[in-house]
Each structure stands twice: as structure tokens, then as C-alpha cells.
Design a protein around this ligand. Structure first.
Ligand SMILES: Cc1cc2nc3c(=O)[nH]c(=O)nc-3n(C[C@H](O)[C@H](O)[C@H](O)COP(=O)(O)OP(=O)(O)OC[C@H]3O[C@@H](n4cnc5c(N)ncnc54)[C@H](O)[C@@H]3O)c2cc1C
Length: 641
């Protein structure tokens, strides 16, 4: 054996340092500290510090593999939306596709909750997401703790391997925390999973990074204490001062970021959450850079994270500038219903823009003169103009809550009272036309049937938009649809109907029947969408798509029911579970293999009822108990993350 090879073996280290822990003087400057060549040899084959970059690398490959698994279903979903008929025919010709889909849906649609005691439960992500998150987390934790040793002989022999292992695992995950968190998202581009649905992975991965950061910290405290007591700990801390301080501040910031991202903080003040999140993340990155000092090439993962974030931000700003007249000329018409009850009020926001979008997508709106730091997401109710060369009108219907939406509402109402404002649109006038909402209606019998009679007050305000985000919710590749919408959830349902009507005109649609169950608190909410709803129902009927539409008014002061052409109106809540079960379990009306889907957007309780129904039908599909029905898919929008 040559001398170099001999030098690198633990045997050689043991031969020159027979008892590794016979130091009498501890501390970073101990004159008994072994030379680095001896330390290096001693750790060879014992999870050597020099090989620990592999932990970050492996995390990267595992995350990429998980993303890779989602690419195929994402592609299928995309193809179904783009070429509904051809894609569905292809899937029908694939043996086992629908059974596999039903099996996966029976897992992924299951809701999960954990008991909190006293009969209370806390919701956790759906079973599919929980399984992915749990298996990844458990796998990483088991790996971290299964490898030995946890500590070197004494602190003088090197950093505790458990600490470095955990640190490098966390380091590898940081890139993906950013990758899952940005709005313009590479993972979304690859998998067709909307950015808001990736938030759950963003949040849980950040929690896992925090866990491993704590595991990284503890051995650095335990080992010096064990070797030489608190004085030794002090010596090591003092010796590695900046590194320790930077690490401690990073850990504190990370703990704060994770804690302040919980629902409690976000619902308390979303804007405070956004601003502090941004500041805390920037500070965290700065301190983390300083802490790691590119040891074991750790900065590679940090630069990747910053690159993804920077690119996403650049694209967002560029897109937003183009969609919003370069932030100078775009103004939004903000309208409120003059007769609406303050508790149930909505504002309608309309902006002319060259932007293109798909049904169900949302856009962030910023009002520069009111809340320049806030960008709020709203689903676009309208469809874009068919021609790329024409500007379109994005229209949002926003329920008035406590923050920006209330400010907008009050501004319009108040200035209407004061009158004389140059930007105010005349009372009773509206900037929004039915033809803006649904370009295909231009030649239909509803042409010119605008909302001129709506008693609205309106105002023009400088605004910019950023988007579109989210995936297309085009449902044209399903033979029958059940759409359940509660309150402002109608903003998600309407564009789906518009899209069906638009595709119906060209025959590019598989859908033959639609059940629409819509629930609103008062008839005032309906007045915003009445004409669009009636128009689209007429269009759908003319293209041979049968629609059964039921509108439920849950809190009307008078017992009078709204009259909507093509809809049955009811007082009181809909029996959501019974109606959905009835629709999805009904025998197919033809001998064809029928593909069904349920769309829900509304309050949590409603959403849960629908999800439970669709989850429970999957086992019957697997057993072939539903005659000629091959699939029941679920699309759920919760207006949150
Ligand atoms: C993808 C998506 C689409 C949406 N589409 C619609 C829609 O079409 N119509 C509609 O009425 N509402 C929609 N919402 C909800 C809407 O964004 C919030 O109700 C609105 O931002 C509340 O503004 P506020 O300042 O008045 O709310 P606040 O009273 O301050 O807060 C009310 C709730 O809104 C959440 N919220 C506040 N600001 C934001 C923000 N910038 N981003 C995300 N959540 C926020 C808070 O966490 C809180 O739970 C959508 C939300 C999402 C995530």
C-alpha cells in the first residue's frame, strides 16, 4: 500500500492517535487538536464531512423525481383542455386508464384531519398531498438518523456529522421551497399544477427545513457541553462567532417565517403577512449565505433559489407592465350596487387590457393610489376576445370584506355622495357590457343586453394587473358536469359556462349536460351576473347542451324569489350532498362510456360536502358499479391557500 493511500485510512489515524478522546485540553484552540489530515482520515468511511454535499444533491434528485411523476398527469390534463374530443377519445382507448385514475382519485380526494381533543379536529392537506409530504419527510428524517455516527470522537475531531447531514438536507430543500412558492412557477409549467396548489408543498417543505435546521443546531450545543462543559461551549461559540451568530439569526428568522405563515397570521392581516414575509425571507437569505460561507458548495442551492425567485419576479413585472399600460395609463372601473346591503356587498372591477387568459384563471389587482403595496387575487369572470389583436376586458366580482375590498366599496359610495369627481362615472352607467364578458354573444340574441339598468355607482381608479395565474378550468372534455357555486364562487362557475358555450359554437366540446347549483345569500348578488347567466344558458341550449340550473337564495329578507330565465329559484340552502350524489351516480343516458366531473367553488363546508361525495364514488367506479360511467373528476377552488 502506498503512503498516500495509507494516510487516508481510519487505521492510519488510529495508529497515530490511538485513543481519540484522550484530550485534556478542549476548545477550538486546544494544542492537542488533531491535525486536519488525521481528522480527515479518521472520518473516512464514517460519513465524512468531505462527502456531505451528497445530501443536498440527493434531496434535489428526489424532489425532481417527484415533480417528474406529476408531469404525465399534468400533460394529460392540459391535453384534455386543449383538444377535449381527441384527448378523451385517446384516453378511452387506453386500457386501465380510468381504473388507475379512479384508484388514484380514491386516495387523493380523501380529506384528512387530526383530532385536537374535545371533539375538535384540524384540517390537514388531502390524503394524496399528505401522503407525498409524509413519505418525503419520513424518508428524509429516517435517512438522517439512520446514518451513523451522530458525533465525532470529540468536537476537536470535526463538526458533528448529524448536524452537517441535517444542514445539508435542509440546504437541498431550500431551492424547492422557493420553486414551489413563486407565482410564476417553473413547476407549474412542467406539471400543470397551479401555483396556489403548490403552496402546500412550499409551506410543508419550509417546516421540514426548520426541523432539520434545529437538528443541525442541537449537536453543536450538545457535543462541546459533553466534552468540556459550558466553558467549552462558550469557547467554541466565541471561536466561530460570526458563523454561530449568522446561524442563530437565520434559525430565528426561519422559525419566524414558518410561524408567521400559518393561517392565524394570514387571516389576521394578509398584507402584514406579505410584507414581513418578503423582508424576513430576504434577511434570512443574507444571514444564511454568511452562515454557510459556501462550505460544501452549499451556495449552489442558494443561487438556484435566488435565480428562480429573481426570474419569477422579473417575468411578473414585465408581464404586469405589458398588461397594465406600463403602469401609467390603465384605470379600473370600480362599481358598487347602490341598493346592495352593506353586509352582502360586492364590487365589480373591470379593466381593459391586452392580456389573454383561460377560464378559471385569476389575476392580481393593485390599486396604486389606494394600497400600492397590496395585490389581491380575483378570478376573471369574463373570457378574452377571440382575436389576439383586440384588447379584452377583465372583469372581477369581489365580495366586500374588511380590507382593500371595503376601502374600494366605501370610496365609490362616499365619492358618489360628494359628487363632482372627474373620475366618477355617471350614476346608472356602467363600463361593463355583456359582450365584454362573453365575446361570442356579439351576434346572439343577447347583443346589446347590457347592465345599463343596474343601479350602480362607479369610479375610475389607476390600477395594474398581474397574471393570469392558475390553470385553465375548461371542462369541455367531460360528458356531464355538476357545477356547485356558493356566493362569490359564481365567479369561478361563470367562465366555465362561457367556455363551454364558446367551444359549443365550434363543436369542440364533449359536454352534453350540465347541472348548475348556485347558492347566494341575497338576490342582490345575483343582479351582478343575471344577464350573463341568462345569456350563457341560452347559448348552451342552442348548442345542444342541456342545463339544469337551480339558484338558491339563503337569506332573503322578503320571501320573493328572483326570476332568472332558464333557472329554477328556491329559498333556502341546497341539499348539496344529495344533489351531487344524484347527479354523479345516475346511470349514463347513452351506451357510451360517460365521463363526469364536479366543479365546486364556495364556502368550506360546501366544498367539503362535494369533495366527500366525489371521493366516495371512486370505489364504486373501481368495482364497476356505475353503469357506463367511467370517471368522476373533481375540480375544487377555495379562493385561498
Ligand atoms: C386564487 C384566488 C381567487 C380569488 N377569486 C376571488 C373572486 O373572484 N371573488 C372574490 O370575491 N374573492 C376572490 N378571492 C378572495 C379574495 O382575494 C380576497 O377575498 C380579497 O383579497 C380580500 O381582500 P380584503 O383586503 O378586503 O380582505 P381582508 O378582509 O383583509 O381579508 C379577508 C381574507 O382574504 C385573504 N386575503 C386578503 N388579501 C389577500 C391576498 N392579497 N391574497 C390572498 N388572500 C388574501 C385573507 O387571508 C383573509 O382570509 C380569491 C382568492 C384567491 C386566492
Amino acid at each position: 500500500m502506498d503512503s498516500m493511500a495509507m494516510e487516508m485510512t481510519p487505521e492510519w489515524a488510529a495508529s497515530v492517535w490511538p485513543v481519540c478522546n484522550n484530550l485534556t485540553v478542549h476548545g477550538p484552540n486546544s494544542n492537542q487538536k488533531p491535525a486536519s489530515s488525521i481528522r480527515m482520515a479518521a472520518m473516512t468511511g464514517r460519513d465524512s464531512w468531505y462527502d456531505m454535499e451528497k445530501y443536498s444533491r440527493t434531496v434535489t434528485w428526489v424532489c425532481l423525481a417527484l415533480i417528474g411523476v406529476a408531469v404525465l398527469p399534468g400533460f394529460m390534463g392540459w391535453a384534455r383542455r386543449r383538444w377535449p374530443k381527441r384527448a378523451l377519445a385517446t384516453l378511452q382507448s387506453m386500457p386501465f386508464y380510468f381504473r388507475t385514475a379512479a384508484f388514484l382519485r380514491s386516495i387523493t380526494y380523501q380529506r384528512c384531519s387530526l383530532p385536537l381533543g374535545r371533539g375538535k379536529r384540524i384540517d390537514i392537506p388531502d390524503l394524496g398531498k399528505t401522503l407525498v409530504i409524509a413519505s418525503f419527510s419520513i424518508g428524509m428524517i429516517v435517512w438522517c438518523f439512520a446514518v451513523t455516527p451522530y458525533y465525532r470522537c470529540t468536537r476537536e475531531w470535526g463538526s458533528p456529522p448529524l448536524a452537517i447531514r441535517a444542514g445539508m438536507l435542509a440546504n437541498g430543500m431550500i431551492t424547492f421551497v422557493f420553486a414551489f412558492g413563486t407565482k410564476v412557477n417553473l413547476v407549474t409549467a412542467l406539471t400543470n399544477i397551479a401555483h396556489e396548489r403548490l403552496q402546500v408543498y412550499h409551506q410543508w417543505l419550509a417546516r421540514l427545513v426548520l426541523f432539520f435546521s434545529v437538528v443541525h443546531t442541537i449537536p453543536f450545543i450538545v457535543q462541546p457541553l459533553r466534552d468540556g462543559g459550558s466553558h467549552n461551549l462558550y469557547l467554541w461559540w466565541y471561536h466561530n462567532g460570526p458563523e454561530m451568530w449568522n446561524g442563530t439569526v437565520s434559525l430565528a428568522l426561519l422559525a419566524w417565517i414558518v410561524a408567521s405563515s400559518t393561517n392565524v397570521f394570514r387571516s389576521w392581516s394578509y398584507e402584514f403577512f406579505v410584507v414581513q414575509h418578503l423582508v424576513s425571507v430576504i434577511l434570512f437569505i443574507g444571514f444564511y449565505f454568511a452562515h454557510t460561507g459556501n462550505e460544501l458548495n452549499s451556495w449552489l442551492w442558494l443561487w438556484a433559489a435566488i435565480g428562480l425567485w429573481g426570474l419569477a419576479t422579473l417575468i411578473r413585472w414585465a408581464r404586469s407592465a405589458m398588461a397594465s399600460g406600463y403602469f401609467v395609463s390603465t384605470r379600473a372601473s370600480v362599481e358598487v350596487h347602490s341598493s346592495s346591503d352593506k353586509r352582502d356587498a360586492m364590487v365589480r372591477i373591470a379593466i381593459r387590457t391586452p392580456l389573454r387568459w383561460s377560464p378559471g384563471q385569476h389575476v392580481f389587482v393593485r390599486f396604486h393610489t389606494m394600497s400600492p403595496w397590496q395585490a389581491h387575487p380575483f378570478t376573471v369572470v369574463t373570457l378574452p376576445q377571440p382575436s389576439d389583436h383586440q384588447d379584452s376586458v377583465v372583469v372581477f366580482l369581489a365580495r366586500v370584506r374588511e380590507g382593500l375590498t371595503r376601502k374600494l366599496y366605501e370610496r365609490v359610495v362616499q365619492e358618489d355622495r360628494e359628487q363632482g369627481d372627474d373620475d366618477a362615472i355617471e350614476k346608472g352607467g356602467s363600463s361593463f357590457k355583456s359582450s365584454d364578458a362573453l365575446p361570442l354573444l356579439e351576434n346572439s340574441e343577447h347583443e346589446g343586453h347590457d347592465d345599463e339598468n343596474l343601479p350602480t355607482k362607479a369610479k375610475l381608479l389607476p390600477a395594474s394587473i398581474d397574471g393570469p395565474y392558475g390553470c385553465s378550468a375548461s371542462m369541455a372534455s367531460y360528458h356531464s358536469l355538476v357545477i356547485v357555486a356558493g356566493g362569490s364562487g359564481m365567479t369561478f362557475a361563470l367562465p366555465i359556462l362561457f367556455d363551454l358555450a364558446w367551444r359549443g359554437r365550434t363543436g369542440n366540446v364533449c359536454t352534453r349536460d350540465v347541472v348548475l347549483i348556485c347558492s347566494v345569500r341575497t338576490p342582490a348578488t345575483l343582479s351582478w351576473i343575471r344577464h350573463q347567466l341568462e345569456a350563457v344558458l341560452t347559448s348552451l341550449a342552442s348548442y345542444g347542451i342541456t342545463v339544469r340550473a337551480d339558484v338558491h337564495v339563503t337569506r332573503s329578507a322578503s320571501k320573493e324569489l328572483p326570476i332568472l330565465q332558464g333557472c329554477d329559484a328556491h329559498l333556502g340552502r341546497p341539499q348539496v350532498t344529495a344533489r351531487v350524489d344524484e347527479a354523479i351516480r345516475a346511470p349514463a343516458t347513452s351506451f357510451m362510456q360517460e365521463s363526469r366531473a364536479v366543479v365546486v367553488c364556495g364556502p368550506q363546508e360546501m366544498s367539503h360536502e362535494v369533495q366527500d361525495s366525489v371521493a366516495s364514488v371512486q370505489s364504486d367506479l373501481l368495482r364497476g358499479r356505475l353503469s357506463n360511467v367511467v370517471e368522476v373528476a373533481l375540480v375544487r377552488e377555495s379562493f385561498g391557500w
